[in-house]
Design a binder for this molecule. Structure first.
Ligand SMILES: Nc1ncnc2c1ncn2[C@@H]1O[C@H](COP(=O)(O)OP(=O)(O)OP(=O)(O)O)[C@@H](O)[C@H]1O
Ligand SMILES: [Mg+2]
Length: 358
């Protein structure tokens, strides 16, 4: 590859538990197998998958997957990412203070939007590093859907937003602004009632956060550009909640954010099951026959429901569809991931930019 070239990014989005991490890892295996220097950034993979990817002990620092020449893995460490973000965008003493601030830690560690933003910044860093041909981003569980794409804009709104302006006065903050916090008397009064310096500390935290505004809003725009030029893969199952989240990614994303390129239906049943079938098992007791018949019918219904959900999404949004079968054994090793890839239907690895020449 040309040194300094941006990595081709593939984002894997979708509701919780649908198989985002598994599919991210599988796509990364496919790209690496094709000789592309590939990094998969995942979040909290299942223990055995983490072991398979050599991620058990890891954080933001990419590490080569054992035995794989072209495959690296990293696991998003939100706290470390936020520390890096603050170091990048704030003056040293502000960064020191923020890192000490319990509210900062709480926000960075627990808020889904902060997690999504951290993942976005981390993604941008990796894309721009020029070290990889392909970057696969597994979106954080709490924000697997549309929130991931909205996070940069929201972060920009938060640090430049109305609440902060109200607290800090209209102008761009300098440390001295702290002493002019418009709302300070109110906060002090409330703190007296609450019996501690809670709100005042929060105000200081927000004020420090606001000094990040210039750097952060500039970065947020470049993250949005990366999100737009990335390929987006939406993972779903035929369950109502994942389907709703998948639909939102088509209907509620701002036009400027682009549009998903592929929907992957995961854990599908064989289509042939939808045809049902007659139970020919003479000699079985009637109760057993009934139970087996009910079972067959249930799986046939489920298979048809899946098919219908797939057709509906494809028809409504005119998007390419792929299916990954429900494997008997969960794909939590490199071999398992390869098996999943081999069993995939309609997975256009070339069009996703994962294999073949560019
Ligand atoms: N096609 C499949 N066949 C069988 N098991 C699967 C398949 N896809 C995923 N799984 C299993 O389903 C579980 C959930 O998958 P995974 O962790 O990839 O989902 P996720 O979308 O990343 O979840 P979260 O939102 O919690 O991060 C895992 O145990 C995984 O091994
Ligand atoms: Mg996951």
């Amino acid at each position: 590859m040309t040194p300094g070239r941006h990595a081709h990014a593939v984002l894997v989005a979708g509701a919780g538990g649908v198989g985002k991490t598994t599919i991210s890892a599988a796509l990364a295996v496919a790209a690496a197998r094709d000789g592309k220097r590939t990094l998969v950034v995942t979040v909290d993979p299942a223990r055995r998958l983490a072991d398979a990817l050599g991620l058990s002990e890891l954080g933001n620092q990419p590490t080569r997957v054992a035995g794989q020449r072209h495959l690296w893995g990293a696991m998003l460490d939100v706290t470390a990412s936020w520390e890096a973000i603050v170091r990048r965008h704030a003056a040293v003493e502000v960064a020191d203070r923020l890192e000490e601030n319990p509210f900062f830690r709480a926000v960075a560690d627990r808020f889904p939007a902060a997690q999504a933003y951290a993942a976005g910044e981390q993604m941008a860093e990796f894309i721009e590093s020029g070290t990889w041909d392909v970057l696969i981003v597994d979106t954080p569980p709490a924000v697997g859907g549309i929130e991931f794409f909205l996070a940069p804009g929201r972060m920009r709104d938060l640090v430049g937003g109305r609440l902060l302006r109200w607290l800090t006065g209209a102008h761009i903050p300098a440390r001295r602004t702290l002493y002019r916090i418009t709302a300070r008397p109110v906060l002090r009064l409330a703190d007296t009632v609450l019996g501690g310096p809670l709100l005042e500390e929060i105000a200081e935290f927000l004020l420090d956060l606001r000094t990040l505004y210039d750097g952060l809003s500039h970065r947020a725009r470049s993250i949005e550009r990366h999100l737009r030029s990335a390929v987006t893969v939406v993972v779903t199952t035929a369950q109502p909640t994942p389907l709703r989240e998948a639909t939102r990614l088509f209907t509620e994303l701002p036009v400027a954010a682009g549009r998903p390129d592929l929907v992957v239906f995961n854990r599908t049943l064989p289509e042939a099951w939808g045809a049902g079938g007659r139970l020919r098992a003479p000699g079985l007791p009637e109760a057993t026959r009934r139970a087996l018949r009910d079972n067959l019918k249930r799986w046939a219904d489920e298979s048809r429901r899946q098919r219908q959900a797939r057709d509906e999404l494809a028809g409504r949004f005119g998007v390419a569809m792929a299916s990954l079968p429900w494997l008997e054994e969960a794909p939590i090793s490199l071999q398992g991931l390869t098996r999943l890839l081999d069993a995939a239907e309609g997975l256009p690895l070339d069009r996703l930019g994962l294999i073949g020449t560019e």
